[in-house]
Design a binder for this molecule. Structure first.
Ligand code: SF4
Length: 328
């Protein structure tokens, strides 16, 4: 199975059935950057955000990602403060960040004494119970950078658990090549129990410091220490991105051959009748495809589907949302 289709089906399954040997998946999202220093360096295929003690408060807060710079600032709860005292940098940056926070519904903006002021209407909740990262490699015969990716995850440890998911038969030699902490799942979507846990993941030291692998070449690996506080910020950033993004990040094409086929797990996925398989609309669909038949794209409300199948609340924050600084 192609990696995109494998990834969608696995995300749907995790969302519906939970993370084996860990628990409910909470929020499932695709393609999130886990690196702290190497921007865009390590993209994990799927991340599950486990539910923490105040998870429900997060679902009530806003349906969107709260920008990291807004969470990094010391915005008072309840009491208004001038935006230029809350956010570092030039006034224009401060106003822009305050407006972005207000657009998500997390911050309130007002005018007091001729100044733009801002507050949090609620305390940011303790909602993240853990992060599980899943690297999808359907075919271990074509591993690419797999070993380096798994070494990165085990060494940096800004996930709580890291897992490799594959359709291949997993040998002892494979297991010996991956760090001991990395869990391994063999996945067969035709089976009643699609995930066979070959090796359970061990908890990573997500609360401690870590070493980020920046790059490596034969005989030499460049790493950079990452302090616990930096990891904590990155984990919050990833959890927020996961909350806003989810995994239904595809659009259905304007082709008569696409169908939202029932692929199990209560999720309707982009199934192409011409290719008789799931397709990646962004890279496979369009006039260049020999099976393309122009038509209106099927009606699909992916947000509604996400809301039906997960705790995510599509309307949270909307009723509080202001029009930012434009209203003044
Ligand atoms: S454009 Fe091609 S791949 Fe996409 S749905 Fe149509 S026939 Fe299938």
């Amino acid at each position: 199975m192609r990696e995109f289709a494998f990834e969608l089906r696995l995300c749907a399954h995790l969302e519906a059935s939970g993370v084996p040997s860990v628990g409910d998946a909470g929020i499932v999202a695709r393609q999130l950057g886990m690196s702290v220093h190497a921007a865009g360096g390590r993209i994990v295929d799927a991340v599950c955000v486990l539910e923490g003690p105040e998870f429900d408060a997060r679902t009530d807060l806003t349906s969107e990602t709260i920008p990291p710079a807004v969470l990094d600032a010391d915005v008072p709860v309840g009491e208004y403060e001038r935006v230029t005292r809350v956010f570092d940098g030039p006034p224009e940056r401060a106003r822009t960040l305050a407006e972005r926070g207000a657009d998500t519904g997390f911050l309130d903006l007002d005018r007091r004494g001729g100044q733009t002021v801002v507050r949090q209407h609620a305390r940011y909740p303790d909602w993240v119970g853990g992060l599980v990262g899943v690297e999808n490699k359907p075919d271990l015969g074509r591993p690419g950078d797999l070993e380096a990716q798994l070494r990165h995850d085990a060494s940096l440890a800004d996930l709580d658990y890291a897992v490799l998911a594959t359709e291949s038969h997993v040998t002892r030699a494979h297991l010996n090549r991956f760090p001991d902490e990395i869990g391994v799942w063999r996945v067969d979507f035709d089976s009643n129990e699609p995930i066979d846990v070959v090796r359970e993941p061990e908890p990573l030291d997500s609360a401690g410091s870590g070493l980020e692998v920046l790059d490596s070449e034969p005989g030499k690996t460049n790493v950079r220490p990452v302090a616990a506080a930096e990891k904590a910020r990155q984990r919050r950033r990833v959890a927020e991105r996961a909350y806003g993004k989810g995994w239904r990040t595809y659009d259905l094409p304007d082709c008569a051959r696409i169908a939202r086929g029932e692929e199990g797990d209560a999720a309707a996925l982009p199934f192409c009748a011409y290719k008789d398989r799931l397709v990646d609309p962004a890279s496979e669909c369009g006039a260049d495809c020999p099976g393309y038949e122009p038509a209106d794209a099927p009606d699909a409300d992916l947000d509604a589907e996400r809301e039906r199948n997960t705790p995510w609340n599509a309307d949270a924050g909307g009723r509080r949302r202001q029009s930012g600084l434009d209203q003044f």
